[in-house]
Design a binder for this molecule. Sequence first.
Ligand SMILES: NC(=O)c1ccc[n+]([C@@H]2O[C@H](COP(=O)([O-])OP(=O)(O)OC[C@H]3O[C@@H](n4cnc5c(N)ncnc54)[C@H](O)[C@@H]3O)[C@@H](O)[C@H]2O)c1
Length: 428
Amino acid sequence: MREKIADRSAEIAVIGLGYIGLPTAIMFANAGFKVVGYEIREDVVKKVNSGTSHIIEPEIEDMLRKAIENGNLRATSDKKEIAGKDVYIICVQTPLKEDKTPDLSYLENAVRTTAESMKKGSLVIIESTVPPMTTLRMAKLIEDITGFKAGEDFYMVHAPERVMPRRIFKELVYNSRILGGINEESAELAELLYRTFVKGQIFKTNSTTSEMVKLMENTFRDVNIALANEFAFLAHQYGIDVFEAIELANTHPRVKIHMPGIGVGGHCLPKDSYLLLSSAKEDFGLIKKAREINEDMPLFAKDLLIDALKTINLPVEEAIVVVLGLAYKGYSDDTRNSPALKFIEEIKDIVMEVRTYDPYVKGTHENLEDALKGADAVVIATDHPEFKTLDWQALGRLMRNKILIDGRHVVKNPPKGFVFKGIGRGEY
Ligand SMILES: NC(=O)c1ccc[n+]([C@@H]2O[C@H](COP(=O)([O-])OP(=O)(O)OC[C@H]3O[C@@H](n4cnc5c(N)ncnc54)[C@H](O)[C@@H]3O)[C@@H](O)[C@H]2O)c1
């Protein structure tokens, strides 16, 4: 296997061609390996084989076309085409069920497919984010299906992905990687493989540690955002601007407070702390509480809106509200778990009308001026750069009443003539 990796003759199957799997397959193909992407969605297979990407990501179209044209990458939904490969890289989704427990059905299916396809000596890599000890459980599942012995007849590694959408092709190369092997040989083989395009540092460890590392990274961010949100809640009661306080606190050499806001969205942060807790018998409760705080932040924005409507004596049921931004973060079109959507869910049955405007998201108002005509309140839910330079005096003239709720600290100076409330902005 070592020689095959060194001379690029190792054949690779990537299971799942989503946000992570497709760029990963492209990177290995462009590093000189023959890669087959196995994907259950036939529309994705068709698109990839025609050289077009189904995900939006800078550079992806060129990189994909190159991989397809040089004959190193093709996609398939036919299991037979991934039989007998040297390496299997699993990149399927690991979401939560309704009850917030992990839904590992996609992963288990992908591992079954791998077990039914692999040969003696194959290296199996899980890139998906998984609860601690999952890789060991999946190794056992492969042993049960194949009769092979883990660590001897096949190798297995958890190689968590740490890229950020919009920077994927840079971060795949320059981020450091954690490779958690079920044994040392597994981690060493994976290191040789990733070294073919990774320029960042590579750290080897065991698979449960690498699973924890990935989940701890995202939980760290989630808990710290919750702490900032708690500070924002307190600042309202003390009548101060929490952003000024945070800026001042962060002048301390060992303090780095995160930013509060209307909530935490995206594919990963809202689920990863639940994945972290899911394999444990007990915990202290801090992580759950942080998640609860972040999940409730859209309700905080709703309270600010209702307070503002009271200020102008407009009954809530008569209000026309415009939500600016549906994406979970600025510059992005991704609305997965977006707090904007939760906020809309919370208010849509109590106000007269909710309109949306997001220059990055299809299906919202095409034009901000149209959205604002005759409206009573604007709620900023995403920190898109376009929202930072709006002329509120001009926009206010289009509105019936002038309420501005800032959920993302986008408006630094409250515009004159508006009832302004912002998360963390205390009293004005
Ligand atoms: N998206 C990110 O920014 C990001 C960052 C770091 C880590 N991760 C983790 O990476 C994993 C993948 O995330 P994603 O965003 O790429 O998910 P995704 O939903 O975009 O892609 C998963 C793909 O796998 C396919 N699939 C599911 N089951 C399959 C099977 N049995 N066989 C073949 N294909 C199958 C799906 O059809 C889908 O196209 C998750 O665990 C996620 O938490 C994601």
